[in-house]
Design a protein around this ligand. Structure first.
Ligand SMILES: Cc1cc2nc3c(=O)[nH]c(=O)nc-3n(C[C@H](O)[C@H](O)[C@H](O)COP(=O)(O)OP(=O)(O)OC[C@H]3O[C@@H](n4cnc5c(N)ncnc54)[C@H](O)[C@@H]3O)c2cc1C
Length: 554
């Protein structure tokens, strides 16, 4: 079928981490006509494909949405969340750091009644999706799937010592950092293929499927809303350079527009908290208060130290050294341009059981010029001109929850994002302890000859009160938003275990927004596995082995 056709079996909105996997799997057996609609473009540029070009992409509206965040007392003004746009969505614009989440994450969803998501199912899906051929790969890893994962190759004396320091602190040394169900430390894995190219969900899943006659992909097409008729999703209203029109879904509309824009589209379609819809001038089709609520993000901060007895990487990204890395990359597809995540990953537990880490470190031999005035947010900061080493520390189990609300009936207008960073005071207290954990880690004997004074925020920042104040500006978004269309019961959630929207038939949400709680690690892997598993559930429903989606919960 072509983009001019107006009826498809399944319409997927958003070609991001989840949407590309879903489009591949739903179209694989050739039995269904599938349409995938993406607001952005192809993302077929070197900025996207060369992993290290990641830092040069920020601020570029071809590759990113930039969502302004509502000001919050004590937080710096002007916070903006960048999310990916174009084929691959955020998997085309992210830091490529690859973790799968822990068995406890998915088993936790199952324990709440969503048994479709228990780890044994998810492990099977990951095994089918992944191609990880590292030595000492854990038995749960896939070797021959479409998604190539590689381990970062950088080994310097200081970086080797950062692994030893973790071991000295009691962490298991992990040859495969994606070993399920344990804390540990080891070399980072990335969604970078064995030719040194970014392995986005577009490159790994969608692109190989695009030749199928039953899969149509529309780019540069903004979905305005889902059409709802008598409690059933019948299609979508789209906006292109040629104007607006409606496309009909024979079976289902599936929102994979991400944790900011899936709830936005539900609200624009009249599904959401009645007061929010009324305030925006959208007629209420179904009052579903949880749409846009339960917004969670992994808050993070970076602490930098002077680096001794190791040149580090700061000097590598300017002048002739930078040029030589680019030349090497094009000749060999290897070297520093072929990856971009922190070199070493640690998963730690401060207050959770050891099989469910609550803190993640990324340790890299670089440092940014950061301060209260000039934060080290990606794309804004500049590298220091002296050697430095940095720990990025991520809080994996935040308790605060924010909200996303439309302010008008026009999809082109921004939503209000209330991040509510410190809504629960326990989060600030936890992160103060995280600062102390980073400091303890950096004082381990293995790092003694490499690590000098703390540059940011500096050892003088010592008391709980001082650290708490600094955290106001030092904390940045993990850009791992989840939860805004969470899975659960009709009373306080948006979708059921099969990701069907409560109270509206023929409509599902399949992306990060359905996670009831944030996972113990970065979110791209979990978003892709949600796409894979959701496709299985949708096809079961199509083939009659379960309740079809259009007879879903009322
Ligand atoms: C800068 C950045 C760095 C990150 N770093 C990492 C990392 O290193 N490792 C990691 O695991 N995770 C990382 N993440 C997080 C991770 O990439 C995301 O959580 C994940 O990709 C989200 O997947 P998704 O499918 O929910 O949404 P997305 O991948 O964001 O996809 C949503 C898609 O829907 C499209 N869309 C939205 N609205 C509409 C509409 N109205 N009409 C048509 N199309 C629409 C968007 O353009 C987009 O392509 C990062 C994210 C960002 C943005």
């Amino acid at each position: 079928m072509t983009a001019q056709d107006t009826v498809f079996d399944y319409i997927i909105v958003g070609a991001g981490s989840s949407g590309c996997v879903l489009a591949d799997r739903l179209s694989a057996d050739g039995k269904s006509q599938v349409l995938l609609i993406e607001a952005g473009g192809t993302n077929e540029t070197e900025l996207v494909n060369m992993p290290r070009a990641f830092m040069k992409m920020f601020g570029n509206p071809i590759h990113f949405w930039h969502f302004p965040v509502k000001g919050q007392h004590g937080r710096p003004e002007g916070e903006v969340w960048p999310y990916g746009r174009g084929l691959g969505g955020s998997s085309s614009t992210n830091g490529t750091w690859y973790l799968r989440g822990m068995p406890t994450d998915y088993d936790g969803w199952a324990a709440a009644g969503h048994t479709e998501w228990r780890w044994s199912e998810i492990e099977r899906c990951y095994r089918a999706m992944e191609s990880y051929q590292g030595a000492d790969a854990h038995a749960s890893r896939g070797r021959d799937g479409p998604l190539q994962i590689t381990q970062l190759p950088y080994r310097s004396p200081a970086i080797a010592a950062t692994v030893e320091a973790g071991v000295e602190m009691g962490l298991p040394r992990l040859e495969d950092i994606n070993t399920p169900g344990t804390t540990g430390i080891g070399y980072t894995q990335a969604t970078v293929d064995r030719r040194g190219r970014r392995a986005s969900s577009y490159q790994a899943f969608l692109k190989p499927a695009m030749a199928r006659p039953n899969l149509t992909v529309m780019i540069d097409t903004l979905v305005e809303r889902v059409e709802i008729d008598n409690g059933r999703a019948t299609g979508v209203r789209i906006r292109t350079a040629d104007g607006t029109r409606t496309i009909t879904a024979r079976h289902e509309v599936i929102l994979s527009a991400g944790a900011v824009q899936s709830p936005k589209l539900l609200q624009l379609s009249g599904i959401g908290p009645a007061d929010v819809l009324a305030g925006a001038g959208v007629p209420v089709k179904h009052d579903l208060p949880a749409v846009g609520r339960n917004l969670a993000d992994h808050a993070m901060f970076s602490i930098s130290y002077r680096l001794h007895n190791d040149q580090g990487a700061n000097r590598e990204f300017s002048g002739w050294r930078m040029m030589s890395h680019v030349v090497r990359y094009y000749l060999t597809r290897k070297g520093m341009m072929a990856y971009t995540s922190p070199e070493v990953t640690a998963l730690l537990s401060m207050r959770s059981p050891a099989d469910w880490p609550d803190v993640q470190f990324g340790i890299g031999p670089f440092s940014m010029r950061s301060s209260e005035e000039r934060k080290a947010d990606p794309g804004r900061g500049a590298l220091e001109d002296r050697p430095g080493i940095t720990v990025n520390a991520i809080s994996l189990r935040p308790k605060s929850r924010g909200a996303i609300s439309i302010c008008s009936a026009d999809v082109a207008d921004n939503v209000e994002i209330d991040a509510n960073w410190w809504g629960d005071p326990a989060d600030k207290a936890f992160m103060i302890d995280m600062v102390r954990l980073v400091r303890r880690y950096m004082r381990q004997p293995a790092l003694a000859r490499f690590v000098g004074e703390e540059v940011v925020p500096g050892a003088a920042v010592e008391s709980d009160e001082q650290i708490g104040e600094v955290l106001e500006w030092l904390t940045s978004p993990g850009i791992h938003a989840t939860g805004t269309c969470r899975m659960g019961n009709a009373g306080d959630s948006v979708v059921d275990s099969r990701l069907r929207v409560h109270g509206v038939s023929g409509l599902r949400v399949v992306d990060c927004s359905v996670m009831p709680v944030p996972p113990a690690g970065n979110t791209n892997g979990p978003a892709m596995v949600i796409g894979w598993r959701a496709a299985e559930l949708i096809l079961e429903d199509r083939d009659g082995s379960r309740t079809p989606a259009h007879q879903a919960t009322q």
